[in-house]
Design a protein around this ligand. Structure first.
Ligand code: GLU
Length: 305
């Protein structure tokens, strides 16, 4: 019974974000933005599927043998990693980055199997081979590097706060003392906001969309995670929520994969490098994240190891 209720709430939130995405604040990357005064929305690039790819990577070889690539992603982050519950179509910045990499590895879109993996299960899903690689607002850090490998970074985000539009008391991380702040298990912003110096009362849930729902229904005062994610929720719930705009951590995003698969890690870094240089990355950005109000910035320098 309890489970059913949780599922119903999750679906309701997703339906809400999906509907809102088609509304006047833009789309989750799929449909053109329809903001009043907007010229034609930026178009997504298309990716040429490479042929005859050969790579001395155990992950790649396994994928080639099974004839499809299994990619881990988020499903409830508009403009980043979003799954439309009606059509099952995925959209967003991370989804496009994942498809761009797949094409260079020789896998067309119909040869991709998407697996939704929320933050707390990422390391397990990657290290046990449930996914070939993972693209989902995944911060590179040393602790995670003990369990998974990272190619990137391909984007630099920062933890911020999402509040209701009429909120005046919370203006940044210095004003969350005694406030109910929601974040999700297994995420770096949750670890940060739990530090005693903030004095927040933290609420820990499994999905960001559940935190957003609690913010809308006034069960919590704020949601914390990366600014890029929060701007997506603000845009998808137009008029109801806002981001305080004072990032207080650095969250460099990486593509997560098997820790020991150095060949795949090197190849994915090469792919990121190629498409950052030829403008494809920027096009993706402008047709996805750019629509939620995150102005384009050059990607951070790749860190190979
Ligand atoms: N980038 C942060 C992390 O990897 C927060 C976003 C997320 O949970 O995916 O923990």
């Amino acid at each position: 019974m309890k489970l059913r209720k949780t599922a119903a709430v999750a679906v309701a939130v997703l339906a809400l974000t999906a509907t809102a995405c088609g509304g006047k604040e833009g789309s989750a990357g799929d449909k053109p933005a329809t903001k009043p005064g907007d010229a034609a929305a930026p178009q997504l690039p298309t990716y040429t599927v490479a042929s005859g790819v050969d790579l001395d990577s155990p992950t790649f070889k396994k994928a080639k043998e099974r004839g499809k690539l299994i990619i881990g992603s988020k499903a409830d982050q508009p403009y980043l990693g979003f799954e439309d519950q009606a059509t099952k179509k995925r959209s967003g910045f991370d989804v496009e980055i994942a498809k761009m990499i797949a094409a260079e590895l020789g896998f067309s879109e119909d040869k991709i199997e998407w697996k939704t993996v929320d933050s707390k299960l990422r390391e397990t899903a990657i290290s046990t081979g449930q996914v070939d690689y993972y693209v989902g607002t995944y911060t590179i850090n040393d602790k995670r590097k003990e369990q998974v490998g990272f190619a990137g970074p391909y984007y630099l985000a920062g933890a911020d706060l999402l509040v209701r539009k009429d909120e005046t008391g919370i203006t940044g991380p210095e004003s969350v003392k005694g406030k109910k702040v929601c974040s999700i298990t297994g995420s770096t912003p949750l670890q940060e906001i739990k530090k005693p110096e903030y004095g927040a009362q933290t609420i820990e849930l499994g999905k960001y969309s559940d935190c957003v729902q609690q913010l809308l229904t006034k069960q919590v005062d704020a949601v914390t995670t990366d600014d890029a994610i929060l701007k997506g929720y603000a845009a998808a719930n137009s008029g109801k929520l806002k981001v305080t705009g004072k990032p207080f951590t650095k969250e460099p995003y990486g593509i997560g994969m098997n820790k020991d698969d150095k060949a795949l890690r090197g190849k994915v870094s090469d792919i990121l490098d190629k498409f950052e240089k030829d403008g494809t990355y920027k096009k993706i950005y402008e047709a996805t994240l750019g629509l939620s109000g995150s102005a384009y910035t050059e990607p951070p320098a790749l860190e190979r190891y």
